[in-house]
Design a protein around this ligand. Structure first.
Ligand SMILES: C[S@@+](CC[C@H](N)C(=O)[O-])C[C@H]1O[C@@H](n2cnc3c(N)ncnc32)[C@H](O)[C@@H]1O
Length: 217
């Protein structure tokens, strides 16, 4: 198992614990104007069966879970999870919610038929390690669906994202300059498709736990 940066992981947890009470309010406008539609699209692809949601946050995906699905959902931040638990209760949905680090999932290999994340790999301290863990716990012919914002691959915008990133991370907990498609490949996953949802900023990535090997074992 790769060594985890405990300090950075603790900082990430604290950041999300801190913003948990305001998180839904902070994202209210973008949720209503676009994100909810993207969530609906993502979940329309997810097969029923045993599904893992990593970085469930305050549980904004819960109302989009398709009927008949069995979801285990994890997050690093206990305060975010408290809100997700409340949401699941209010919707009378049976979701197995657990505090866990994406970089070291405690599930056995091939436990799930699919895994889902939405806007998570911008925050996981070692995204390649987290993606590698998804590839391990999803069965080899299962599906991995990621809805993620990424660094825009244009010289000036990309540079601006790099420059602003340290400030945004401090306030919001999320990196705005992650190269998530490349990270999916580096984790040894097979990319089935990538759909651009907002220019090249927001992507819906469909991957599989390929037999291939990751770059950093
Ligand atoms: C931007 S929020 C997105 C929450 C939710 N997925 C959504 O779409 O609203 C990122 C979430 O990822 C979680 N997270 C960050 N690093 C993590 C890790 N290493 N393991 C598990 N969850 C993590 C944070 O606690 C936070 O809840």
């Amino acid at each position: 198992m790769k060594e985890i940066d405990e300090r950075q992981t603790a900082i990430t947890r604290k950041r999300y614990d801190r913003i948990a009470p305001f998180f839904d309010l902070m994202e209210l406008f973008s949720e209503r104007s676009a994100i909810q539609e993207w969530r609906r699209l993502l979940w329309s692809h997810v097969p029923t069966g045993r599904v893992l949601e990593v970085g469930v946050g305050t549980g904004k995906n819960i109302s989009f879970y398709p009927p008949g699905i069995r979801v285990t959902a994890v997050d690093l931040s206990e305060r975010m999870l408290q809100r997700a638990r409340k949401r699941a209760r209010e919707q009378d949905l049976d979701v197995d919610l657990r505090q866990m680090d994406a970089q070291r999932l405690t599930f056995a290999d091939n436990t799930f038929d699919a895994a889902v994340t939405t806007f998570v790999f911008c925050s996981v301290p070692d995204p390649v390690q987290g993606l590698r863990e998804l590839g391990r716990v999803v069965r080899p012919d299962g599906d991995i669906w990621l809805l993620e914002h990424v660094r825009v691959n244009r010289p000036i915008v990309g540079l601006l994202m790099d420059l602003l990133n340290p400030i945004v991370v401090r306030i919001m907990g999320a990196n705005i300059n992650r190269r998530t498609v490349e990270n999916v490949r580096r984790a040894g996953l097979e990319i089935v498709g990538v759909e651009n949802l907002k220019g090249t900023l927001v992507k819906l990535i469909h991957a599989r736990p390929a037999a291939g090997r990751s770059e950093e074992p």
